[in-house]
Design a protein around this ligand. Structure first.
Ligand code: FES
Length: 97
């Protein structure tokens, strides 16, 4: 049961579009993938949030993202890796395929 003092936090994904993570355009399609996922599956209330960042201070491992709540750091993302972390950390509790 939700606690009024600590309401559930909606998922928030911050994708790095910084010069190292996106040097060869590798992160741009991931952002588009996240936007598509939001449009298809945003069943959260309050809604899922997507943000970009210029650097998440782990540039040597990019493309990178951080998922909240939990401050889950995701490194070396590609389309399949992003889909897996979204399934595992964002949609698992909602039982969304
Ligand atoms: S440029 Fe992506 S973490 Fe710094």
């Amino acid at each position: 049961m939700p606690d009024d003092a600590n309401p559930p936090q909606p998922p928030r994904v911050i994708l790095c579009l910084g010069q190292n993570c996106n040097a060869d355009g590798a992160a741009d399609p991931l952002y588009a993938q996240l936007q598509a996922v939001l449009n298809a599956h945003d069943v959260f209330d309050p809604p899922f949030t997507l943000r970009s960042a210029n650097c998440l201070d782990m540039y040597e491992f990019g493309p990178n993202a951080v998922i909240h709540p939990g401050h889950i750091r995701c490194n070396g993302l590609d389309a399949d890796g992003l889909a897996q972390v979204l399934d595992r950390y964002v949609f698992a509790e909602k039982n969304i395929d």
